[in-house]
Design a protein around this ligand. Sequence first.
Ligand SMILES: Nc1ncnc2c1ncn2[C@@H]1O[C@H](COP(=O)(O)OP(=O)(O)OP(=O)(O)O)[C@@H](O)[C@H]1O
Ligand SMILES: [Mg+2]
Length: 510
Amino acid sequence: MSSRAPDPQHLSDLLEISQTLGTSLNLRAALPRVLAVLEENHGALSGIIVLKDDEAGDLAVEAASGAGAPTTRTRYRIGEGITGRVVQSGRPVVVPRVSREPLFLDRTKVFQRSGRNELSYICVPIKAERRTVGALGAALPYSRDRGYEQEMQFFGVVASIIGQAVRVHHLVEAERKRLLDENRMLRRELTERYDIRNIVGGSRAMQQVYEQVAQAAPSSTTVLLRGESGTGKELVAHALHYSSPRAKKPFVKVSCAALPETLIESELFGYEPGAFTDARSQKKGRFELAHRGTLFLDEVGELSPAIQIKLLRVLQEKEIERLGSVDSIEIDVRVVAATNKDLEEAVRRGTFREDLYYRLNVFGIYLPPLRERKTDIPLLADHFVEKYAADQGKDVRRIATSAIDLLMSYHWPGNVRELENCIERAVLVCEGGAIHAHHLPPSLQTAEVSGTLPRQSLKDALAAHERDLVLDALKSARGNRARAARLLHTTERIIGYAVRKHGIDPSRFR
Ligand SMILES: Nc1ncnc2c1ncn2[C@@H]1O[C@H](COP(=O)(O)OP(=O)(O)OP(=O)(O)O)[C@@H](O)[C@H]1O
Ligand SMILES: [Mg+2]
């Protein structure tokens, strides 16, 4: 029988089924269409597709056709009825006459409905990667000269097309789940990293910054962050986003200075295929990517006049057009902009549009330079010691008084970033448990640079250093002179001498 030429109707049915499954990303929606083809073209009176539910350990009806068919919520036990047996054994079953088959449960009521006219039932396993994952069953009108061998082959091919689709579906699902998990994890990490509590500083100036962040975060008001380089503008931009209702949506950054003018427009607004010579496919702009989230326009003072006017329009109309497109796309984006430039001066000189300036500066937050909040220096320094000691796996815990003095007297033109780099390096070169003045870069050591270090004699400098070392050792030894002496490779007598000379009270450290 199998040597017969393939039935052209069978071939066109298979083509239709494979197209249905191949073009749909939604397996659940495509399966009923497979049954519809079997019903309409192949004369099936009813059809059913069940798939294994590994979690529940049973079979779920994914699609069923024919009046009185079970709903897709119906479950079968593995091994129950013909369908359950096919899944259990992984082998097809053909029942030429259902009236003679006690295993035929007639769950689809097809036999009952047909007025107990004789029916044939075919059920084949659905396999994915050699594992039986479900079954396809169909009832056909009984006919004495039906070629069951050929029917079984036909249904076998349909089942293998379904199996392929299930496999792809599983792969896509697994990947989707992996991405979701990863996304959730990364988001948690980001939220923790950019939590406002990670912004260090207890100075009045910083307290004002925290207050302003707390005021601005709940709304979608445009915020303009001002401040010298390295004062923490980007940090605050993140904190604004992650403490706002948009925290679960994207935070998208655009470095306005880093991109050439020709690129920035397509970066911001995206483009359609053919918008320019290289534009083969569509590309979403950063505004679109930031939908429902926050767009961070860093170094906004660097934008060219041509882009300034486009940006102004988007901020006013809250919609964008991709390059090469006339359709506008509505966007819901909170804009946070930052600059270390004197924008007012730029407006006066005519290089920055006044109307854009007002659009951006709805809520201004000023980050004061480090030299104007010196009380934050020890806090920040400790914070970075902890961070880089952990990063580098070193047991550095403290900053010696001498080093603190140096840090306090320096004027920090590079602000917090410079302090951070300086501590990172100090932790790297530090060989003990504490950072000393000599671990700090030479730029901090010269009195000329800081202008505030008193000129010392060699004798005084050595004495100060000795005092630092003894203090540190006593701190580590919790005031125990013998242990402090061992730490400094000296005798208890010398320590005792230094304690008296420098007027140190070791009991302070107990
Ligand atoms: N208050 C702070 N607490 C902790 N870390 C800070 C603080 N301020 C700044 N930093 C750190 O200093 C570095 C520089 O900060 P950031 O990049 O936010 O500065 P910026 O103002 O954007 O500088 P630029 O204008 O040069 O881009 C970052 O590593 C940031 O984490
Ligand atoms: Mg920055």
